[in-house]
Design a protein around this ligand. Structure first.
Ligand code: PLP
Length: 417
């Protein structure tokens, strides 16, 4: 029986597999350098419908934010407001610039509570990173008002939200700077990639300095990205055959064939390698995925609408406002016995996601103290042990979603047989 998996399937499709193969054979000379990055940046500008913004590509999001913060007028121990529900790569990048991440509690939308945000502002606060979490845009009206009032620099973290809208506008257009991630489990993916979108002309003079400080990533690391795409694709296709996929995955991990997700150094906020350029071969792969973005998001919306209709009486879903268009990149439900529900579904071959589960600065194993967390965000701490992630990616059809829904209904009503 084929399992239904919530995680890590954005990077899995035959097109990506073929392009990864092509990159390691016929296109070998263009592995690191080539014209695909500038073509991709142009495609992206067309998609974002922006003629005046500039893009700088990095190997990942964390490098993008690091370089930007370094170039701001930030001084040692200045404070940057971030969501208390986030990934340690955000905390680590801020800490490595010698500023301090100050965590703001979230509300039931998974995004920062605008009131709590105001409470956390001090003389040392310099900037806010607005994260649009999972599928809900943050309350931009209120946050931007607060930022203006206190003269704070705003950066939008759009890692989860390529395609989402707020008040009829694309969410990356609200402020001077947005940062995107196309890491392996993002809206679309090339295993790694992050970019800065700079919307304010007065900041353009900072671009050459950043670009000149970046260096090429090693051929070994680039190859690991391509191997990741190929091995995952084959392993998933072989899922039915007697655990072969498990053996392949264990071997690949043991042989360190995949790029690291988050190193131990990063989990203890001591990771400093932020200097890598985006390699050309990944841009070649991503350009194809961009062409599919609207199709993927339409599919996510269809599956999410089904979940909402079927599960509204059984689990808690965040209230949606009329002024937002959500893409439901990660469809989260709130339940009181999250781990038990995941275990129950696992026995029935449905692997619900524990993305950002258990610890508010994900993943599990992050040293919260070293991430400068003060255990003062109680809503976030309460929520993270109750959120379960349902699949909306391209491999899920309505029939699979029906299976997911039926299992959740059974579990929540106690009718387990
Ligand atoms: C909201 C958010 N911001 C930033 C990042 C970091 O992105 P990257 O892995 O490209 O550095 C992540 C990664 O999971 C994320 O989910």
């Amino acid at each position: 029986m084929k399992p239904i998996i919530a995680h890590f399937l954005t990077t899995l499709n035959f097109r990506m597999f073929l392009r990864a193969l092509n990159s390691l054979t016929f296109r070998l000379p263009f592995l690191i350098n080539g014209k695909d990055i500038s073509l991709l940046e142009q495609d992206l500008k067309n998609y974002l419908n922006t003629k005046t913004s500039e893009i700088i590509s990095f190997y990942n999001w964390r490098s993008a934010i690091y370089h930007w913060l370094k170039l701001l007028w930030i001084e040692k121990w200045d404070e940057i407001l971030v969501s208390a529900y986030t990934c340690v790569s955000v905390s680590n990048a801020v800490i490595q610039t010698w500023s301090i991440p100050v965590y703001v509690d979230i509300d039931s939308t998974y995004n920062v509570d605008p009131e709590q945000l105001e409470n956390k502002i001090t003389q040392k606060t310099k900037a806010i990173i607005i994260q649009h979490t999972f599928w809900k845009p943050a309350n931009l009206d209120r946050i931007l008002k607060t930022a203006k009032k206190h003269n704070l620099f705003v950066m939008e973290d759009c890692a989860h939200s390529l395609g989402a809208e707020y008040n009829g506008k694309k969410i990356w257009t609200f402020w001077d700077l947005s940062i995107f991630s196309f890491w392996r489990d993002k809206v679309i993916s090339s295993v790694n990639w992050g970019f800065l979108l700079i919307n304010n002309e007065t900041l353009f003079n900072k671009i050459p300095k950043i670009k000149n400080s970046l260096i090429n990533i090693s051929i070994g690391q680039v190859t690991k990205n391509l191997i990741y795409i190929k091995v995952w694709f084959i392993a998933y296709k072989l899922y039915n055959f007697c655990w072969i996929w498990k053996i392949i995955m264990v071997l690949a991990r043991k042989l360190k064939l995949f790029p690291n997700i988050l190193t131990l150094k990063e989990k203890s906020c001591n990771f400093k390698k932020f200097f890598y350029k985006y390699p050309n071969c990944l841009a070649y792969i991503w350009r194809w995925e961009l062409a599919k973005l609207d199709e993927y998001n339409t599919h996510r919306i269809k599956i999410a609408e089904f979940y909402k209709k079927e599960l509204a009486w059984f689990v808690e879903l965040p209230k949606e406002d009329k002024n937002e268009k959500n893409i439901y990149f990660m469809f989260m439900i709130k339940v009181s016995r999250a781990r038990e529900l995941m275990n129950f579904c696992k026995k029935k071959w449905v692997l619900l996601g524990d993305y950002w589960f258990w610890q508010n600065i994900a993943p599990i194993g992050t040293d919260l103290k070293k991430a400068s967390y003060k255990w003062d965000c109680i809503n976030t701490e309460d929520l993270v042990i109750k959120l379960v992630h349902l699949p909306t990616h391209a491999w899920i059809d309505i029939k699979s979603a029906e299976k997911v829904v039926n299992l959740i209904k059974k579990f929540e009503t106690g009718l387990l047989n």
